[in-house]
Design a protein around this ligand. Structure first.
Ligand code: NOJ
Length: 555
């Protein structure tokens, strides 16, 4: 069966939300978030408009890489609960109209996984071939993904008497995914979680996963996707592939998109930050113009921040320095020579206009939005936490001590809370639920409009002329209609004369544009020669629904 035969392409218009159970809500007050806590917050997520949760790794793990070092693929870390709690979360989420995807981390295991323990203990173990071994280090070994922590990708194991490969930390040995025995085990892991009711996977470190040089590298991803689709008609795979577009495209699969279902758009993400730093829409516009077309069943995942460093590795050295200077002036705010360990609101000095403009962009860019927990209320980072942990502080629910995350003493919390102006006292869900003009309400509105505008997920992108370098004007059109969005990267207002001719629209024919977000302060007007004038405030943003004379859509 071809992938596009599947009628239920739900991910095309899904609102994704990534959270780590460990830092979301601690129900038993031991200082660690748990599945029971998450179950009690599913209503918050449903109200926000989320339609698919992406749960970060919650499996048993020594926790030396935030759970991305797995020691058992078939369980739940006992600190978070047990499989029964997991199934309860999946069932309750579905009841609220939300699907669940989980992390599939099979590029590597923890060195504490029973497979690796057996493998290193004897060359005769049947698990030896599950990993990659050598007697010496090759002269031209590739750089490690954490170059400031690890010297390379080969480390010597005393017990095994050989070197083993690790693309990431040395405690994360790479699996030999070219071996059939390993692939069979991975298939079982996939089958297990699908059987528990999930709808797919966020696939970790994809380019590393299939880095073979025998020319058959994509056959593995095809097999995985085929297996997911056979076991679950609506099952999908959202892959992490941080590469230029031309190198990303093959991971969707050459044959009608039969490998990864979705990929995060790292290119547009990095261009977004360059645009923000320069107050110039150009870099983002160029990235969107260069976006390759996708097969019908594939989709982009648009994001502003994730749980890792904000990587800027695809920018040139000069461009990266510009972004560093603007948003991470301190050395301590940077990591691995390529990224920033801050969340968006502190980078933008908390300016609500600018923060809203960025999320408006994320929701109106063709694709599906992927939120990182806490973005809906504008959480900041804790600069005292070293490395990527700075952005992984507990969710802030109330202004109480412990932020409503936990009643355990501060010293027992699994991670420290954000501090100072970003502390729960100032930024929390409870307060923003009651404020009509809060960021929470704003993001909720974006999710609502996104869900009512399927053209954003399905439609064609047209970049419009705005006449201003600082203004990005784009339209998405499909059989369901056309949405025009306008975003101002500069602090001062602009009168934008939009030329709608590329959309084949003639404003003289009774076509109207209606403001969906209701942010308008000055009435728009149809100006000469089919142009439409929009008054945009500093860092302003607008969503304009194109209404044809016979339009019945409710706006
Ligand atoms: C990518 C994950 O996003 C990151 O958090 C992790 O450290 C590496 N993969 C290694 O698993």
């Amino acid at each position: 069966m071809r992938v596009t035969d599947t009628s239920d392409l739900w991910w095309k218009t899904a609102v994704f939300y990534n959270l780590d159970v460990e830092t979301y809500l601690d129900w038993n007050d031991d200082g660690v978030g748990d599945l029971e806590g998450l179950a009690h917050r599913l209503d918050h997520l449903a109200e926000l408009g989320v339609t698919c949760l992406w749960l970060a790794p919650f499996y048993p793990s020594p926790q030396r890489d935030n759970g991305y070092d797995i020691s058992d693929y078939y369980g739940v870390d006992p600190r978070y609960g047990h499989l029964g709690d997991f199934v309860e979360v999946v069932r309750t989420a579905r009841d609220r109209g939300m699907r669940v995807i989980v992390d599939l981390v099979v590029n590597h295991t923890s060195d504490q996984h029973p497979w690796f323990r057996a493998a290193r203990s004897s060359p005769d173990s049947r698990f030896r071939e599950f990993y990659q071994w050598r007697d010496d280090v090759p002269a031209d070994q590739p750089a490690n993904m954490f170059p400031d922590v690890e010297d390379g990708v080969w480390s010597y194991d005393d017990e095994a008497g050989q070197y083993y490969r690790h693309s990431f930390y040395s405690h994360q040995p790479d699996l030999a995914t070219d071996r059939q025995a390993v692939r069979d085990e991975i298939a079982k892991v996939i089958g297990f979680w699908l059987q528990l009711g999930i709808d797919g996977f966020r696939v970790d470190a994809v380019p590393h996963l299939i880095a073979t040089d025998d020319g058959a590298e994509h056959e593995f991803l095809q097999a995985l996707r085929g297996y997911v689709s056979r076991r679950s008609g609506g099952g999908m795979m959202l892959g992490e592939v941080n590469l230029p577009y031309d190198e990303m495209v093959p991971f969707f699969g050459a044959d009608d998109g039969d490998e990864l279902t979705m990929q995060f758009d790292f290119v547009a993400n990095q261009a977004l930050y360059l645009s923000l730093a320069r107050q110039d829409a150009g870099p983002l516009r160029a990235a969107l113009a260069a976006r390759p077309a996708l097969a019908r069943g594939n989709q982009w995942g648009n994001f502003v921040r994730n749980h890792d460093e904000l990587t800027l590795d695809q920018l040139s050295d000069d461009e990266r320095d510009e972004v560093f200077e603007a948003f991470a002036p301190l050395e301590s705010q940077r990591i691995h020579g390529r990224g920033i360990v801050r969340r968006l609101p502190p980078m933008l000095d908390g300016d609500p206009r600018r923060i809203r403009m960025v999320y408006s962009l994320m929701f109106s860019t063709p694709g599906a939005p992927v939120l990182f927990y806490g973005e809906e209320i504008g959480m900041g980072e804790n600069p005292a936490v070293r490395g990527r942990g700075a952005v992984r502080t507990p969710m802030q629910w109330t202004d109480e001590a412990g932020g409503g995350f936990s009643r355990a003493p501060a010293d027992d919390l699994t991670a420290p809370l954000a501090v100072e102006g970003w502390a729960p006292e100032h930024v929390n869900v409870s307060r923003q639920r009651h404020e009509t003009d809060s960021l929470l309400r704003f993001v909720q509105g974006l999710a609502r409009h996104y869900r009512a505008s399927p053209e954003i997920g399905w439609g064609e992108l047209t970049l419009l002329e705005s006449g201003h370098d600082c203004v990005l004007a784009h339209a998405v059109s499909s059989s369901t209609g056309t949405l025009v969005a306008v975003h101002n990267f500069a602090p001062d207002g602009r009168s934008v004369d939009l030329d709608l001719a590329p959309l084949g629209l003639d404003l003289g024919d009774g076509v109207r544009l209606t403001d969906l977000l209701g942010e308008r302060t000055t009435p728009d007007e149809a100006s000469a020669a089919g142009r439409h004038r929009v008054e945009l405030e500093g860092y302003g943003h607008r969503w304009l629904r194109v209404l044809r004379p016979d339009e019945k859509r409710l706006v």
